[in-house]
Design a protein around this ligand. Structure first.
Ligand SMILES: Nc1ncnc2c1ncn2[C@@H]1O[C@H](COP(=O)(O)OP(=O)(O)OP(=O)(O)O)[C@@H](O)[C@H]1O
Ligand SMILES: Nc1nc2c(c(=O)[nH]1)N[C@H]1C(S)=C(S)[C@@H](COP(=O)(O)O)O[C@H]1N2
Length: 195
């Protein structure tokens, strides 16, 4: 197996995909991962409208054909009629990982009272972890990295801390992070020494 982690970045937005505004979802995901990851990775990106069948097909393509062991989606998690990202994600799932959604909503409440409007979920499909993030571009960093106090110390750990070990457990590459951005947590027995 290659050591390069392929990460699917899926932006789901009617208006970004039809050109009403420029997509900021994929650039925000790419920038954050560029700062956070120390191990080799490459992005496979897709920008699509809020259409359930299209979202399901794209998730299956990224997981099964493109070999992405992690897929981060952004957008379509709210209560509006066209927000169907969680339904599409659950439809392609083998297992639900409810801790991610619960924790992201808790983290987001540090930033906006409307955090509870996001129905975001995370699931496992085969050897792929799929995580929904909200559509607001700033929510990407907020949920992945967590909350910092004024002195820069972490007051609420972001959900990315749990992603490398989750990827280990489903058979993906060993991911390493820049601890000044996000410290990946692994039990001692799962930590590999640096070469
Ligand atoms: N891909 C994106 N790029 C830039 N801004 C975005 C993007 N997706 C969402 N936003 C911003 O975040 C807000 C909330 O996101 P949400 O996914 O609810 O969008 P929406 O209102 O359903 O819009 P859309 O028509 O793009 O699907 C949007 O109103 C928009 O300002
Ligand atoms: N961290 C964070 N979470 C957030 C937000 C945000 O700005 N930051 N916006 C909320 C709002 S206003 C909505 S409606 C929901 C759903 O957003 P989505 O439909 O763009 O996915 O995410 C919520 N979660």
């Amino acid at each position: 197996m290659s050591d390069t982690m392929r990460i699917g970045l899926l932006s789901i937005s009617d208006r970004a995909s039809d050109g009403t505004y420029e997509d900021q979802g994929i650039p925000a995901l790419r920038d954050w991962l560029g700062r956070a990851l120390r191990s080799p990775w490459e992005a496979v990106t897709r920008l699509i409208p809020d259409e359930r069948e299209r979202i399901e097909r794209t998730l299956i393509e990224l997981a099964d054909r493109e070999g992405c062991k992690l897929i981060l989606t952004t957008g379509g998690t709210g209560p509006s009629p066209r927000d169907v990202t969680p339904e599409a994600t659950l439809a392609v799932a083998d297992k639900e990982m409810p801790g991610f959604g619960e924790e992201m909503r808790r983290i987001s409440l540090n930033f906006v009272p409307t955090a509870i409007l996001s129905r975001q979920v995370a699931v496992i499909r085969g050897q792929t972890l799929i995580v929904n993030l909200p559509g607001q571009p700033k929510s990407i960093r907020e949920t992945l990295e967590g909350v910092r106090a004024a002195d820069g110390s972490v007051s609420h750990v972001g959900i990315f801390a749990a992603i490398p070990y989750c990827v280990d457990l489903i058979g993906g590459p060993y991911m390493e992070t820049d601890e000044s951005v996000i410290k990946a947590f692994r039990p001692k027995s799962a930590i590999r020494p640096r070469p």
